[in-house]
Design a protein around this ligand. Structure first.
Ligand code: ATP
Length: 577
């Protein structure tokens, strides 16, 4: 497929406002791509040249992309920056300048553009900046205005198509399996390999059967298993019909550890590679894991072994940084509390019962210098479960995670095989809700200076793959945070309601769902103005007195925010004591 054709599809995708037509356009697009292009197109649709978990960065700032645009279309720096000020989007700048330049032939293949972009990402060493600018300018000279618009957004990381992995899977299912509802058949494999391109390529070459045979591999993150909520020990034991496996619940970063000999890679909750950030965990894995290959699930946090004190999340979070890592690793060393093992010496263990996986964990993890095993304890009565829960609170932890002893590791699932019991789950609503920013509403007076008065935020409807509104938030943000939100969201500002957003409220400015925030509210109530959980003309759900707790985009993707299903469960839980 020539890139122009792909860019025309990008344009159609960008301007559609319905999720169903997103899927129609995508499946039409995929019906035209060749087998060898499926993976590349899947990545490009999300503004990338590799799966999400590969830390491939283009390494081009707005300034460098501006330089490339200027060089391609013979515009000086001032002209480019003036236009950018006026249009607010480098894509539109490139499109406009390209138009004047009147390029006649556009024969560049998608493959060629993909490889050029991947090459820019790999460029390093002396003269890197110049090489990157020259290479991007060179391809910009050979494309049409629409291609130029979408092309420059890729190195800037501001692709505005609003397409998530589930949307692409729907399109694959519609095209190759006859019906988008068959996405479920692809999801099992997707949860194990986390690579949309690989799913597409395999589907094209070997059909559904080949996709379903895809299995976990060291080096490719597994989508994390997640926990449900229940109010208390009694309910948990009832739900589990007897035995429950109990582990402490640590509040730090989720770290999925992949070991292949001395090569160790670490992945975050949202599958981003975090290996360079935590050198001590890499070292601990090599020293303490007595297997050639392994995949482990853990929570890492700052811990003081002398005082046996867990440090609060605010301390641990200082380790999420790109610079000064060695010093921080010394002053604030992390321990990884390993609570599961999914793969050992060439064999996936995910289908084993939890209890058997814990036996494997005890054997393979030696010592507790950096990696600390959490084999947990099986309990069969409320007293002991409460004792462990209170013990966790005394140690300064958040609570416990209770798991069904005979359950498999279900990649990507959130169900009652894992249940979190937190300090405040019982009674009033104290659990936080993760929301994604969908837009902002201009304020008056002092706040108007920062360009925002309230944020329109939403949660995720997983079944419909849609973002639905749940609240307007105006309090709890400092002036500094408003400024930060303005800078962040200006990158994702869009002209119209994104196709996957379902809202009755029209904000002053729509924002592509990207920025995840954690919100605390007093109560979940029913509301006619919000679309979360709304069925027909009935009311939706809303948050009462919501306030911002923290930004979560470092470890959550928009599809990882609280789901409608969870919200409805939390609504019912809040009145149970
Ligand atoms: P979630 O990760 O479920 O979307 P969240 O980010 O709000 O939700 P919590 O509700 O606090 O997090 O709890 C779930 C998280 O707890 C897990 O994702 C994991 O990072 C962490 N965790 C800590 N200890 C354990 C444990 N023993 N077993 C499983 N998860 C644990």
């Amino acid at each position: 497929m020539i890139f122009k054709q792909l860019a025309d599809y990008f344009e159609r995708l960008e301007t559609t406002s319905s999720r169903l037509s997103l899927i129609d356009i995508l499946s039409e697009l995929f019906s035209k791509v060749e087998k060898h292009e499926v993976a590349k197109v899947s990545y490009l649709l999300q503004g990338r040249v590799a799966p999400f978990y590969e830390p491939v960065e283009m390494g081009m700032s707005e300034k460098l992309v501006a330089a490339a645009v200027g060089r391609a279309y013979k515009a000086d720096k001032e002209e480019v920056l003036n236009l950018l000020g006026k249009l607010g989007d480098m894509g539109l700048v490139a499109q406009q300048l390209n138009l004047k330049f009147k390029i006649k032939t556009f024969k560049l293949e998608t493959k060629e553009i993909f490889e050029t972009l991947a090459g820019i990402a790999k460029t390093s060493g002396e003269g890197t900046v110049e090489k990157k600018v020259a290479t991007l300018a060179d391809i910009l000279k050979k494309v049409d205005p629409i291609s130029a618009k979408h092309l420059v957004r890729i190195p800037l990381g501001v692709s505005r198509l609003g397409i998530g992995d589930p949307t692409v899977l729907d399109a694959f299912a519609k095209l190759k399996l006859g019906d988008r509802s068959k996405r479920k058949l692809l999801e099992g494999a997707y949860n194990k390999v986390s690579d949309l391109g690989l799913i597409g390529e395999t589907l094209w070459s070997g059909g559904l059967e080949a996709v379903q045979k895809l299995d976990v591999t060291v080096g490719r993150p597994i989508r994390s298993q997640l926990a449900e909520r229940l109010p208390d020990a009694k309910t948990v034991l009832q739900k589990f019909e007897g035995n429950a496996h109990v582990q402490y619940k640590y509040d730090g970063f989720r770290v999925q550890i992949h070991k292949d000999g001395n090569n160790v890679r670490l992945f975050s909750r949202n599958l981003e590679e975090t290996t360079p950030m935590f050198p001590e965990i890499v070292e601990g894995t090599i020293k303490q894991i007595k297997a050639k290959t392994a995949i482990l699930d853990s929570e890492a946090l700052a811990f003081n072994p002398q005082s046996e004190e867990f440090l609060p999340f605010q301390e641990t979070t200082k380790r999420r940084r790109k610079y000064g890592i060695e010093e921080m690793a010394k002053s604030l060393p992390l321990k990884a509390f390993v609570f599961d093992v999914m793969y050992l010496d060439g064999k996936p263990l995910m289908d084993l019962e939890l209890i058997e996986r814990m036996e494997q964990l005890k054997k393979v993890l030696q010592g507790d210098e950096i990696l600390i095993p959490q084999p947990g304890e099986v309990v069969d009565n409320e007293e002991r479960l409460n004792e462990l829960f209170n013990d966790a609170l005394t140690k300064g932890l958040e609570g416990v995670v209770v798991k069904r002893p005979d359950s498999k590791y279900e990649a990507g699932a959130r169900n009652f095989n894992w249940v979190k019991l937190k300090r405040h789950s019982a009674g009033e609503l104290k659990d936080t809700i993760d929301c994604v920013i969908l837009g902002y509403i201009f304020g008056r007076g002092k706040r108007a200076e920062f360009g925002a008065g309230a944020l329109l935020v939403g949660v995720y409807d997983k079944d419909k793959d849609e973002f639905v509104t749940v609240s307007r938030i105006g309090t709890g943000l400092t002036d500094e945070e408003w400024r930060e939100i303005k800078v962040q969201s200006s990158k994702f500002k869009v002209q119209r309601k994104p196709a996957r957003v379902n809202s009755l409220i029209t904000p002053s400015v729509w924002v592509e769902p990207k920025i995840v925030i954690e919100v605390l509210a007093d109560e979940i109530t029913k509301s006619p103005v919000h679309t979360a959980g709304k069925i027909g003309s009935g009311p939706g759900y809303a948050l009462r007195f919501p306030r911002l707790v923290k930004f979560r985009e470092a470890d959550k993707q928009p599809e990882d925010v609280t789901t409608v299903k969870e919200l409805v469960e939390m609504y019912h839980l809040q009145y149970k004591k």
